[in-house]
Design a protein around this ligand. Structure first.
Ligand code: COA
Length: 229
């Protein structure tokens, strides 16, 4: 089927074990028709700007439910001094047990907040995400015992993909952000950016404590069809 609003997501389909689609365009008629034509069961997601009230209502009329508000925090590096902090790694490996522990460390992800995603599926999805992030040569990372930050370069910004600090390593989060900031400034990047969930108050406080400011916010929506609740 040639779809104009929905795009099948291979990573999420594999990780969650069912067909997973992303609504990339919110057109009420076309999106409604495309959803109705999908074979069951499936899951879909969508994002709207937090202030796009009409877009949110439209998605909810089509059966999507609001999962969370996702604020994006950013830090301006213009004029920041770079410092010797070592180079980030490209492809890296992580012991299986540590991968398991980090995978369980994201209860506030939008899948963790979704009552229709089982905890085991949520952890398995997160584990694949972390493993992919580790294996990728394009996603850079700083890694410490019990803690890591991974990020991508986009234009002149470092965009954080994941950051996780296990409870026994608390304090290394600020250390990792400091290293990332120094390295990014030394490379002439102008911004560090990260998106989280507003329910993750610890992360919101953490970014603000480390000099990030709220930049914008979107809302994440999920739709489950035919899977039985
Ligand atoms: C968010 C996270 C990375 C913070 O790492 P950390 O090493 O524990 O953070 P730090 O010790 O450097 O803390 C710096 C500040 O963050 C805030 N903070 C960190 N942990 C906190 C907690 N449990 N409760 C409240 N505030 C907290 C505080 O403002 C703290 O400053 P303070 O120590 O002066 O009070 C870590 O809690 C984590 O991995 N959480 C789970 C994964 C996650 O949510 N990642 C972010 C998703 S986008």
């Amino acid at each position: 089927m040639d779809m104009k609003c929905l795009v099948r997501q291979q990573f999420d389909s594999d990780a969650l074990g069912l067909d997973f689609y992303r609504a990339t365009r919110i057109d009420p008629d076309i999106l409604g028709r495309e959803l109705a034509a999908l074979p069951l069961p499936y899951m879909a997601d969508a994002k709207a700007h937090a202030q796009d009230i009409d877009g949110a209502k439209l998605l909810m009329r089509l059966g999507f439910r609001k999962m969370c508000v996702q604020p994006t925090f950013s830090q301006d590096l213009t004029g920041a001094a770079g410092a010797a902090c070592g180079e980030p790694m490209g492809a890296a490996s992580m012991p299986e047990a540590e991968l398991d522990a980090h995978a369980a460390n994201f209860p506030f992800s939008r899948f963790g907040l979704d009552p229709d995603v089982a905890q085991a599926a949520r952890v398995a999805h997160q584990r694949r995400w972390i493993a992919n992030s580790m294996a990728s040569g394009e996603i850079l990372k700083f890694i410490e015992p019990g803690a890591f930050v991974s990020f991508k370069l986009k234009d002149k910004a470092a965009v954080i993909d994941l950051i996780s600090v296990l409870p026994q390593a608390r304090g290394r989060g600020s250390l990792l952000l400091g290293r990332l900031r120094s390295w990014a400034a030394s490379k002439g990047l102008t911004r560090v950016e990260v998106t989280t969930e507003s329910e993750n108050v610890t992360a919101c406080l953490f970014y603000q404590k480390n000099g990030f400011r709220l930049d914008r916010a979107s809302v994440a929506f999920h739709l489950h069809a035919g899977a039985g609740r």
